[in-house]
Structure formats: structure tokens, C-alpha cells
Design a protein around this ligand. Sequence first.
Ligand code: GLY
Length: 402
Amino acid sequence: MRISKIFVGFVSIVLMSSSCTSFSKDKKVLNVNKVLESSVVKIKKSANDLNDYTHFPRRIRKDSTNWNCVTVKDWCSGFWPGVLWYAYEFSGDKDIKKQAELFTASVKEIAYTPAHDHDIGFQVYCSYGNGYRLTGNPEYKKIMLAAADTLATLYNPIVGSIHSWPSKKQYPHNTIIDNMINLELLFWASKNGGGERLKNIAISHAEVTMKHIVRPDYSAFHLGSFDDKTGAFIEGKTHQGYADNSMWARGQTWGIYGFSMAYRESGKKEFLETSMKMADKFLERLPEDGIPYWDFDAPLTAETPKDASAAAIAACGMLELYQLIDDEVVKNKYKEAAISLLKILSSPNYLSGDKNQAILLHSTGHKPKNKEIDIPIIYADYYFLEALLKLKKIESSELSSK
Ligand code: GLY
């Protein structure tokens, strides 16, 4: 027992010092363990302050320091349970695990309610998906399989994609770039007893997205509108971005991460290439300070807000790419880029410290509707933790295989 503790201690010190050297091109270092440790302290404190397990942190408004919470029906309800699972994964803290279980249980109804939109994937995979990965609880598996079947009811075989937002009646059938991430629930279910059909739906959806929503220059529309009777592509729109022909930052990163995951799950090289080219476009257009504005084509003024959530999602996608690409030079380019994003997000400009209950500042939810501008938003924290944990695992496994 004692020896193994000493060994674990030794490995973490080595991990930390190895990280310090490989992480930095500039003088500053990213100490992954330290950022995760301080994040867990904040998450545990917030969890203790939140005693209604049916309401989930979504954003911190400008005039507040505390999470503003939403019901399970909100598209963001799965992220807080996911944050708790990541905090438990890092810390092994049993109190945090209990909180994760309680919030996760409140998401269950989403799996069994007729699908309103594609967000079932965010709601259930971030909560139950992480819970199942970490506990193997068979009840969680059952709920995830039900959720995948519910999500699949939105599939239109004529178009070949999921109807992402059925409530938007101005489009006969729409598919949005965000929906790429939610294919992971279908891929997972297919491997876990849900049948080949779910994987085929996910692949077809990714192919349709690649063909019509990703533009020839590898930026992306937010939304593709299709004729639901013929499957014909009608037009591309950018609902949450600046303009229909602009590059909405978070949309670009849903694509980077979504297509890398779709390649991991399907082995289809064209998805890998799409993810890489979308990542290259994102990196080539990043502003000087390394974190995107909310839309790459929005007019720049002193007030133009950043979107830290896009940076965190991009880091997750680029760490996926690092693990999927064989060529050492190419893969390392994405790893270094992910580290650079995480390093900037871990700086005092972006970490919220003791300013409020969140981990990250400066995300932008829906600029055209003037909603959630330059504030902490829960999915930024979720993907930030995910990226840090991914990086920690990569570094640990490379260290142990040396
Ligand atoms: N609709 C999901 C997002 O705002 O990225």
C-alpha cells in the first residue's frame, strides 16, 4: 500500500514536470493537475451550495456570482452532472460522486420523453455517458440505450440526417453542425446492444453534414435546410453566428470535435480529413491572443466578445486528432495547439478564480439574440475539464509506455 502510494506520488511529479516542459513554447507552463485541483475545489463548493437536484447550472449572469439554473428540459441540463463526473474522475471524492449520481438521476426522463430535438445527446451522454464510463452501473446503460432510440426517431432516411430542431418550422428539415457531437450517443449505443442501425444513422448523418454544412473552404454553416420529401439541400444558414456566410466559432469547433469522433467510431478517413481541415481553418484564423471571438467574421470593436467555450471544445477535438493521426509531425501540431488553447484558458484572463462559481469566464451563447454574452457558461467548464483530463491521460500513458 505504502509503496504504491509512493510510486503514484513519483509518477505524478514526473507527469507534472514532463508536462511543464512539453506544454510550453512560451515561458508559461500549464500545470494540468493544479488547474484540475483548483477546479475540483470550486465544483465541490458549488455542489454543496446547490441543493435542488432538479435544477442545473447553465450560466452566471453579469449581475451575479452564482449559477443561474435551468430545468432538465434545457439543452444544457447534462453538462453539470458531467462536470461532477469529471471532478469525481480526477479526485475520487465520494461526496462529489454522490452529487453526480443525484443530478444524473434527474436527467432520466429525457431518455423516455418523445424527442424535441437532437440535444438528447448532450443531455444524456454528458451525464449518463460519463456516469456509465466511470461506474459501469447497468441502470445507466439501459437509460442510454433508450435515449439513443429516442434520438434516432428524429432521423429522416430521405435526407439521411437527424432533424436537429423540429420546432423551427421555417425549415422543412434542418440539420445543425452542433448535432455532430450527439452522434457519439448513437455510436456508443450501437456498440452496446442497440444494433447496427444506430451506427448507420450516425454515419449517414455525418456524411450529409460533411457534404452540405461544411463549406468547400472547411468553415461551416450552422444549419443546413433540406426538403424533407426529396432530401434536396435548400440552403445553409448561420443561426447563432454573425451571418449566413460567416464562421461561427463554436459551430466550427462542434465540427472539429464531431468529425474526429465520427472517424474514431467509424474508421471513415473522410471524417478525419474533414476534422483536420476544419481544425486548420480554425487555427489559421485565430486572433493574436489565441482565443476566438464569438464569430470569426464579426466586426471587431472593443466590445466584440470572445467565446471561451469554443476554445475548450476545439482543444477536445484536437486532442482526439492527436490520438487518431499516425504522422508524428501532424499529430503533434494538434496537440501543441490544444495545449496552447488550454494554457490561455488557464491564465488569469480566463480562469474565474474567486470571481464566481464557474471555472471559466468569457463565453458567448447566442449573440444575435443578445443572450449570454461574455459570461461563464456551463459547457465551457465541461469541455475545459474534458480536455484537461484527456491531456492528462495522454501524458500518463505516454510516460508509462516509455
Ligand atoms: N446550440 C448549441 C450551442 O449553442 O452551441
